[in-house]
Ligand binder design. Structure first.
Ligand SMILES: [Zn+2]
Length: 478
């Protein structure tokens, strides 16, 4: 389960799979045995890939068979043909790795912004997510999304609740996850009309209702308090330049809190688990998506070097995150003893730039292995990206595989002394990030496989981030 948990116990992507008949969906390759037998002699590229996989295979295996070890073995068998060869018959780049199927992915994402069959009515509460994933995916692929500007402004002005924040669909109660995705969609399409569709004053009051006496945030009125709430609230506040002072009607004021950031770093600190990872709430199991939310939130409160080192145990965190990268698959899993999944290319892969900024480190993770997994095993034959071979493409996995690929290809650095006209002091730390060219060592992608720059905290294009914040910086009051 990752951050975009809608108001239901199932993830949108798993529900998408459940409700779509095979005929409605882009066909996915079968992962059954035998499909790749009798393929003839291995090509030169395949021999090189096989040699690579052998070199990174973990030689020691526990002989004890468990449900987890069985499903891990099955997963490896499903993934390996894609890492060794080229079952999708994609054109290969100069490194013998499948090229990024840019045009197919753009076409797939255009579809995900189109009409849906009636069975999708149950996904209505996730509408902002479908829009965000699709637009962000298209942006990072270099597609101009300005044609969606009016639709986005219109959709989210109707999904905005009179008391502040956005619901998943029209007439629905506000929810921080829906509000986060709606705001990011608006930020991406940009323009005064879209920005002005947001009522920042009611948003301030709504966020004030979410702030809790212990420093954290709930996802909805009376809903669960977790680290997604803290991250989503801070993202919204920073981009829209919402005042840091709690509104007079915020319940947390009764406990003596006056600012949105009161007790927040301390609360996030309690979400670090015994094994070094980050969990949804104090005492829970560590999870990759919550790690990104925690690191992202701390990096909005202040410079990562300050806040991460102050509130987190960095060595165990780095150890836990490193252990999420599966070998020989190269992609990430989200939790200990779980399976590789393309969406963690971002949830875990996206943590590294933030960590590197906090420890002045460089290249402390294996970018090549992740890129190899994304390009070889996570591209669906007919477009869109996937969790793992055998799964169907969806906008969620497309968005986050591509964000992970961007993190692997680009160097994102935090420059405390960079000149920024943005911020005016409040929650301005995210505006010191810049993209500093491409990672060149041991790369496995060709120049046609390079995706766009993605802001490491907001996960939308840099340009959109800067335009939005400068728009609201220039406004006096609400
Ligand atoms: Zn996933």
């Amino acid at each position: 389960m990752a951050i975009p948990r809608p108001q239901s116990s199932q993830s949108p992507s798993s529900r998408l799979e459940g409700i779509l008949a095979d005929t409605d969906r882009i066909e996915e390759l079968s992962d059954s045995d035998g499909d790749y037998e009798d393929m003839g002699t291995a090509t030169e590229e395949e021999q090189a890939n096989i040699a690579y996989l052998e070199s990174v295979r973990i030689p020691i295996q526990d002989q004890l068979q468990t449900d987890s070890s069985k499903v891990q073995n099955e997963t490896l068998q499903a993934v390996l043909p894609f890492l060794e060869g080229n079952p999708n018959d994609f054109p290969l780049n100069i490194f013998g790795i499948p090229q990024l199927q840019r045009m197919k992915h753009i076409a797939f994402l255009k579809q995900t912004l189109g009409d849906y069959p009636s069975a999708f009515a149950m996904m209505d509460a996730s509408r902002p997510w479908l829009v965000y994933w699709s637009l962000q995916g298209m942006s990072v692929l270099g597609h101009d999304i300005s044609e969606y500007r009016e639709r986005v402004a219109h959709t989210f002005s109707l999904a905005q609740h009179p008391t502040g924040g956005h619901g998943g669909g029209y007439g629905q109660l506000p929810h921080l996850a829906a509000t986060y995705a709606a705001v990011l969609s608006i930020v991406m399409v940009g323009g005064a009309e879209a920005y002005e569709s947001i009522n920042r004053k009611t948003m301030w009051h709504y966020l004030g209702q979410m702030k809790q006496a212990d420093g954290g945030f709930t996802m909805a009125d009376g809903g669960e308090e977790d680290i997604r709430g803290a991250f989503c609230a801070l993202v919204i506040m920073s981009l829209l330049h919402i005042p840091l002072e709690l509104p007079p009607d915020a319940p947390a004021r009764k406990s003596g809190l006056t600012s949105f950031t009161d007790g927040l770093g301390e609360w996030i600190s309690k979400c670090q688990s015994f094994d070094g990872g980050m969990s949804a709430a104090p005492g829970n199991e560590a999870h990759g998506a919550y790690a990104f939310c925690g690191l992202g939130c701390l990096s909005i409160i202040g410079p990562p070097k300050e806040t991460l080192n102050k509130y987190l145990d960095m060595m165990t965190l780095i150890h836990w995150l490193s252990a999420r990268q599966c070998s020989p698959e190269g992609g990430y899993n989200g939790r200990t003893n779980k399976l590789v999944d393309g969406c963690y290319s971002h949830w875990v892969g996206g943590c590294w730039s933030i960590l590197e900024a906090a420890i002045d480190g460089q290249d402390i993770w294996n970018r090549s292995a992740l890129s190899r997994y994304i390009l070889s095993a996570a591209q669906a034959k007919k477009g869109g990206l996937i969790d793992k071979p055998g799964k169907r493409a969806d906008a969620y996995h497309t968005c986050y595989n591509l964000a992970g690929l961007s993190a692997a290809q680009h160097k994102y650095v935090y420059e405390a002394d960079v000149q920024t006209e943005l911020g005016g002091g409040e929650l301005d730390a995210p505006y010191y990030w810049k993209a500093e060219g491409l990672f060149e060592d041991e790369r496995v992608w060709g120049s046609d496989d390079v995706v766009g720059e993605v802001h490491p905290i907001f996960v939308v294009p840099f340009k959109a981030v800067h335009e939005c914040r400068s728009y609201f910086d220039s406004k006096e009051g609400f």
